[in-house]
Design a protein around this ligand. Structure first.
Ligand code: BMA
Length: 358
């Protein structure tokens, strides 16, 4: 008996030692979904909102969501675009040092941080949306003319992600969501711009470098196709269970309201239904990694459109896109005085929807 207890303690200790920050976050995401809860997220929430912007030195305790309901979103989305060329600010004007501070504070307040990445086009010098050449992915893979330069880009990105540490000096776990919406063809890594083999090669090279060579054990790797494809299309360029931790989806509502409500919700339900099955099959949590309706022109969008479309699926989180501080109608979350504010309060009062406690 004594030996068995000793063995059990040894096994637990060994296991305890092997648990990475990423493992903890993965378990939290899976646990949230298993409890039937959905963490609510907002892109750039602590950096700015509709018509305001945080300044250097601020406590980063304001968000449009908190202005509206008194609590911050549970998930903070941030974008790394610009880190590859070591810019001081990302593509939307957020200083990287402020983003780092926001990420750490959000983590310390009990929240989850997710990073997307809209890097520049390594071949043409344009941005992520420059699809003028179908040679870009090929050029960064091993043997390609931009390979070495691109490895420098990955290195700069890894430096930043590896600098996200709490007060004790421990790496904070974050969701890393590179090469997203690749089922469409609006980014240089999109479907018509490379072959399946090249896309998977790009993913594997990124994973190998960051997770294995650089040893970043704080990254939860999210795969997030855009909406549109069926299950086969969704999985067409899936890089594999060993290099993906979370199955995501980017799905937006476009058009007039209320006419487009049904199209959006049907597409969402159809996709989340097969993602639920894929999640079970592959043992991965699922998430709605980007969503929203620009300008939220429908007063009851939260409770009448979004919630009914997601409530039957085990989403670990959903994230709405940013509320630009300098563009009147480029917002996807509510702000004080916006049309859907009251409905958002009803939405977050639902027991399934999780925010931070303050
Ligand atoms: C898009 C828009 C752009 C922004 C980009 C990356 O959807 O919000 O203004 O630059 O995301 O954040």
């Amino acid at each position: 008996m004594k030996i068995m207890i000793l063995l059990a303690v040894a096994a637990l200790t060994a296991c305890g030692n092997g648990i990475t920050p990423a493992d903890e976050l993965k378990a939290r995401l899976a646990g949230t979904a298993a409890e039937g809860k959905i963490l609510f997220g907002h892109q750039d929430a602590l950096l700015y909102g509709h018509s305001w912007r945080a300044e250097n030195g601020d406590a980063l305790d304001r968000s449009d969501i908190r202005d509206v309901c008194g609590r911050h979103p549970a998930v903070l989305g941030l974008d790394l675009g610009g880190i590859e060329i070591q810019d001081a600010e990302n593509l939307d004007g957020n200083p990287f040092d402020m983003m780092k501070e926001a990420a750490v504070r959000h983590h310390e307040r009990g929240g989850i941080v997710t990073f997307s990445w809209h890097p520049r086009n390594p071949l043409t010098g344009g941005d992520s949306w420059d699809v003028s050449s179908a040679e870009v992915v090929a050029s960064v893979l091993e043997g390609g003319e931009k390979h070495e330069m691109f490895m420098g880009w990955l290195s700069a990105c890894a430096d930043f992600l590896g600098s996200l540490k709490d007060a004790e000096g421990n790496l904070i776990p974050v969701i890393f969501r590179p090469w997203h919406e690749h089922t469409g063809s609006w980014f240089w890594w999109g479907r018509d711009l490379c072959t399946t083999e090249q896309y998977v090669g790009l993913w594997e090279m990124t994973y190998r470098y960051m997770a294995l060579e650089r040893g970043l054990d704080n990254l939860v790797w999210a795969y997030s196709p855009g909406a549109g494809p069926d299950a086969a299309g969704y999985m067409e360029r899936y890089p594999g269970d060993d290099v993906v931790d979370l199955l995501g989806l980017d799905c937006y509502q476009y058009g007039e309201a209320p006419q487009s409500n049904g199209t959006y919700s049907a597409q969402l339900k159809e996709t989340l239904a097969f993602m639920t099955e894929l999640g079970k099959e592959h043992g991965k949590p699922i998430a709605l990694t980007e969503t929203g309706f620009e300008g939220i022109p429908y007063e009851k969008w939260w409770t009448e459109v979004l919630y009914p479309a997601v409530k039957d699926y085990p989403l670990s989180y959903l994230l709405v896109w940013r509320n630009a501080w300098n563009r009147e109608s480029h917002f996807y979350g509510p702000w004080k005085g916006s049309l859907s504010e009251a409905d958002f309060l009803d939405f977050v009062a639902l027991p399934e929807i999780l925010l931070l406690s303050e």
